[in-house]
Design a protein around this ligand. Structure first.
Ligand code: COS
Length: 380
């Protein structure tokens, strides 16, 4: 066992921390208010290699490990979860999914531009009636020989309006159930592909979330990822890694709120002393610290398992379940420690509290994580 970080990991942490302070913090409250996508910041993150962190350098990625990725995700999420969700989706769901399962031609055509951040991607699984129940896909991709005809609607798609490349999960052969599902690469601008209205959200308001409509969109066969019927497994395997990224995001949201609460409690005075000197506050800080430490170990362990080539389905589900709970609990307490100031936007903690909620919902709700965990522990 070695709990120390390498020089390279420490450098990545510092680079992400600097970026968060210098580039994400300015304007983060205004972007949240106005639901403004952090376009300039995402462009710079791409130039710095944060959008294809785990992708091989031969496809324009940064060739780093999963631990580097979660370290960066934590630091970016401390300040701006709307930006970090773009980093997470592009890295875990889009670039990783393509690198692991796409053909060499698909990698050259799509992955090289996604990993460099020249364009960003979206992962399209959820539907009006199929979010958690992911095998019940209503979107259809009918096999027409050399192409598919895609019809249906996808919901709550991160980067829905801003992406250029969309990985879309659709049912080709209903008779075959989940074995009849395919994953297709869809390009923005393909005839019949319409971007629906932007969602007005509780949290991560700077991220760009849309529904998508596909009306007889013609998708060439060469845009299918993997063998016929591989789409559901593709989604499950990709989401398993995505959950490590969202766990790291939740860790960052919790740690960001804790750091703000710690600082505030050493400055704010009540009853003649800094509020940190009151046990009621000190014990809250102690609880937050313990929980964040536990979460960080779970997230790092899952990232480590992925880097070792081990199965990380269980550890990723555990990390996401607990990290998102701690993000919610910690941000609520951070608001409480800030008192009246916590309830106004200038102090950032109310935004972190709103942002925390989505980590219990997307890339598999907490209830879905409990399905994954309970099935795993009950199977033997
Ligand atoms: N890796 C590889 N294959 C997996 C897998 C994983 N992590 N999880 C499931 N599978 C496979 C199963 O092995 C099974 O294949 P076989 O029939 O060949 O054995 C197939 O997928 C179907 O699995 P299962 O029968 O367990 O499907 P269920 O309908 O019971 O659903 C859950 C399984 C609930 C785990 C799945 O639907 C899920 O993760 N849902 C949440 C989806 C989600 O995260 N939505 C959010 C959208 S993205 S923001």
């Amino acid at each position: 066992m070695d709990f120390s970080l390498s020089e390279e990991h420490l450098m990545i942490r510092q680079a992400a921390r600097d970026f968060a302070q210098n580039e994400l913090l300015p304007g983060v409250i205004e972007r949240d208010d106005a639901q403004k996508f952090p376009a300039e910041q995402i462009k710079k993150l791409g130039e710095l290699g944060f959008l294809g962190m785990m992708t091989d350098t031969k496809y324009n990625g940064s060739g780093m490990d999963t631990l580097s990725y979660v370290i960066a995700m934590e630091e970016l999420s401390k300040v701006d979860a709307s930006a970090s969700v773009v980093v997470s989706v592009n890295n875990s769901l889009v670039c990783w999914g393509l690198e692991a399962f796409a053909s060499e031609e698909q990698k050259q055509k799509y992955l090289t531009r996604l990993a460099s951040g020249e364009v960003i991607g979206a992962f399209c699984l959820s539907e009006p009636e199929a979010g958690s129940d992911a095998t019940s896909q209503k979107t259809t991709a009918i096999d027409k020989g050399d192409h598919y005809i895609l019809n249906g609607t996808k919901n709550w798609i991160t980067n829905g309006g801003t992406a250029d490349t969309y990985l879309v999960i659709a049912q080709t052969d209903k008779e075959k159930g989940h074995k009849g599902i395919n994953a297709l690469i869809v390009e923005k601008g393909m005839p019949g592909f319409e971007i629906g209205p932007k969602e007005n959200k509780l949290g991560i308001r700077g991220s760009d979330t849309h529904s998508l409509n596909f009306n007889d969109v013609k998708i060439p066969k060469e845009n299918r990822i993997g063998e016929d019927g591989f789409g559901f497994k593709f989604a499950m395997k990709t989401l398993a890694g995505g959950r490590i990224g969202i766990a790291a995001q939740a860790l960052g949201i919790a740690a960001g709120a804790y750091e703000l609460a710690l600082k505030y409690s050493k400055e704010r005075k009540a009853f003649g002393t800094e509020i940190a000197n009151h046990q009621a506050i000190a014990f809250k800080l102690a609880d937050m610290h313990v929980q964040i430490e536990a979460v960080r170990n779970l997230v790092y362990k899952s990232a480590w398992e992925k880097d070792q080539g081990l199965n990380y389905d269980l550890s990723g589900a555990i990390a996401k379940l607990y990290a998102s709970k701690v993000a919610m609990d910690t941000t609520i307490e951070a608001v409480q420690i800030h008192g009246g100031n916590g309830f106004v936007k200038d102090y950032h903690v109310e935004r972190l509290m709103r942002d925390a909620k989505i980590t219990q919902i997307y890339e598999g709700t907490s209830e879905i994580q409990k399905i994954v965990i309970s099935r795993s522990i009950l199977k033997d």
